[in-house]
Design a protein around this ligand. Sequence first.
Ligand code: NDP
Length: 295
Amino acid sequence: MTATILNGRELAKTMQEEISAEVAAFKARYNVVPTIAVVRAGEDPASVSYGKAIEKAFTGRGMGFALHTLPETATQDEIVALVARLNADPDVHGIMVQEPLPKGVNEAAVKEILSPDKDVDGVHPVNAGRLAQVAPVGRPPMVEPFFVPATPAGGLEILKRYNVSLQGKHAVVVGRSNIVGKPMAMLLLRENATVTICHSQTTDLAAVCRSGDILCAAVGRAKMIKGDWIKPGAVVIDFGVNFVDGQMCGDVDFEAAQEVAGMITPVPGGTGPMTNIMLMRNVLEAAQRQLKEKA
Ligand code: NDP
């Protein structure tokens, strides 16, 4: 069997067009540009390059982007003061604080300072808590609106747009970070999948992976998930971004996996291109909510 490729790059292009149209309609209605403020302290190369990618994505689709940089020596008080200023700025609709923050800065405390209404990265405990508490699809949500981290939101969007049925399926998520693994598991649970979360202490990871109708990998270890860890016909979502000999690869051994899986995201070209799309969508939604509240 050769798996169907879940083409995140193509899907991202389609969604860019959709978002452009929504942004144009929003601007026409409110005469406001939906804008993200990105905060970076220091010059971590991955953060610099991610910031540039966000700028390109946003400005290319008529959305606003403002970068606020602080030196590597920035203190917690300085970072908190900047975030507080952005919280209060009506021209800023979404805020992302890039990690890593300088040594000695309490990242959790900085997250808590963010206004949950502008936390378009879904890292504030209020947003994570609402995702954990939201009722399953098909029932009233029972929580106020919230933001989901962009990467797992993109993974779910791929599954939905390719009409993958999740209800009653066994979904295995490898990885439990607050930004990818855990929210992905919560999203799948909300879609009425039966979810198993794996991590570095999981016993017989291969066997657990093999039991998944849906298998999501968010580990950060190149090609760790082998072809024979995959249930024949399973749908595989690979969030991993790793480099081997200068080549980008995922957490799944793609060559072997595509012979077994029913559907699979490639790396690159799978979950990666969807992340900025979902971030744009979150910022647009934040702007819509904020402007509606004012009206
Ligand atoms: P973290 O390092 O925060 O989390 C990794 C998780 O993998 C942890 O829960 C860890 O377990 C688990 N893990 C580590 N080793 C093993 C192992 N041998 N067996 C089973 N589980 C293991 O990473 P992130 O969640 O931030 O990122 C995961 C991957 O996703 C990375 O490759 C990252 O680059 C990528 N990523 C991709 C994005 C995209 O746009 N596609 C965006 C963000 C991240 P434990 O909790 O026990 O330590």
